[in-house]
Design a protein around this ligand. Structure first.
Ligand code: NAD
Length: 336
């Protein structure tokens, strides 16, 4: 006999129109009941989650100790992350409170890898500038020159699912691939695993694909920028905290960094996923970055494809059902 799964009431934070659209589609059989809240989860909005057995959160929802304790006291049992990264959850406290945490470990690594390549191509060939120029009747090529990717050295930090998908694409351009990973993958063809210093010294382009944790916080800092190949193109689609932004600005000013393409930013939770076009931006670091002609910023959209949104909604739903049905929580996140 098929097991009956009790419908769970789930508070969904940081809801955007596309979240509810894809979740409602995945939940067409009404397995669970989703309550959509637009605000992100932080100490001021934590009360919205009180009384829910499960909450569904995204990259910039802050599940710190205080918030976890408050929600646990009001019945929280499960956190369903609708993303891969989990640096925003205090796992130790969650475990102590008996709250299960599950994530979506893989939802189209290709989406993120392809976006990293989009940043490279746009920065290099300046298609964003060409588009605007031509629309204004400016057909000049002055200052639009790029470089061939063929035979360039690309350093990849983190050779997990996204890093490997990125490597496959860059190999197609004829690039030489250097890689660093704390846990190298055996048998990766056409990839030379090297020390980080070699990546810094030899790469024309570096792309970050490792998680953010205590070890990788500010991995790219002033000391590193001082030793990179001058004019380096740095791409970050992983997590903002991997780069010391202040040091990156210094490196851009001194031309150590020739290009910076970021989909993530260390203080993004105050900015991203919102329309602030009529607001004064008080974050001086991002404002400075936005002023450089060789910096391209996208607002955490690397994951944003139909394939990934479908996968995210379905896996999140399955995680909630597995918890409710007392089945193995295959995507559980635990303290390392
Ligand atoms: P993954 O777990 O498959 O791969 C991560 C790799 O990093 C692993 O091979 C791991 O061994 C390696 N690693 C761990 N610690 C390291 C260290 N100190 N130095 C170097 N390498 C280290 O994860 P993934 O699916 O490839 O995702 C990578 C990152 O991409 C995630 O952590 C997440 O932060 C980010 N991400 C961003 C978006 C976006 O929309 N911008 C979407 C999904 C994921």
């Amino acid at each position: 006999m098929a097991k009956i799964i009790r419908q769970m009431k789930v508070a969904v934070f940081s809801t955007q129109p596309y979240d509810s659209e894809f979740f409602d589609r995945a939940n067409h059989e009404g397995k669970h009941e989703f309550f959509y809240f637009q605000p992100s989860l932080n100490p001021d909005t934590c009360a919205l989650g009180e009384g829910f057995e499960a909450i569904c959160v995204f990259v910039n929802d802050q599940l710190n100790e205080d918030c976890l304790r408050r929600l646990a006291a009001k019945g929280l049992k499960m956190i369903a992350l609708r993303c891969a990264g989990f640096n925003n959850v205090n796992l130790k406290v969650a475990e102590e409170l008996g709250i299960k945490v599950a994530r979506v470990p893989a939802y189209s690594p290709h989406a993120v890898a392809e976006h990293a390549v989009a940043l490279i191509l746009t920065l290099n060939r300046k298609t964003h500038k060409a588009y605007n120029r031509v629309r204004e009747g400016n057909f000049s090529l002055v200052r639009l020159e790029g470089f061939d990717l063929y035979k360039k050295t690309v350093g990849v930090i983190g050779t997990g699912k996204i890093g490997r998908s990125f490597i496959d694409i860059m190999k197609g351009f004829g690039c030489r691939i250097l890689a660093y990973d704390k846990y190298p993958v055996e048998g990766l063809e056409g990839v030379e695993y090297v020390e980080l210093d070699t990546i810094y010294k030899e790469s024309d382009i570096i792309s970050l694909h490792c998680p953010l944790n205590e070890e990788t916080q500010y991995l790219l800092n002033k000391e590193v920028f001082d030793k990179v190949k001058p004019g380096l193109m740095l791409i970050n689609t992983s997590r903002g905290g991997l780069i010391d932004t202040q040091a990156a600005i210094h490196a851009l000013k001194h031309k150590q960094l020739g290009y910076l393409g970021i989909d993530v930013y260390e203080q993004e939770e105050k900015l991203f996923f919102q329309d602030l076009s009529e607001t004064i931006i008080t974050d001086d670091l991002i404002a400075r970055l936005m002023g450089f002609p060789n910096v391209l910023i996208t607002a955490h959209q690397a994951f944003f494809t139909q394939n990934a949104l479908t996968q995210i909604a379905e896996t999140t739903l399955n995680n909630i059902s597995a918890y409710e049905g007392n089945e193995p929580l295959v995507n559980e996140v635990k303290v390392a």
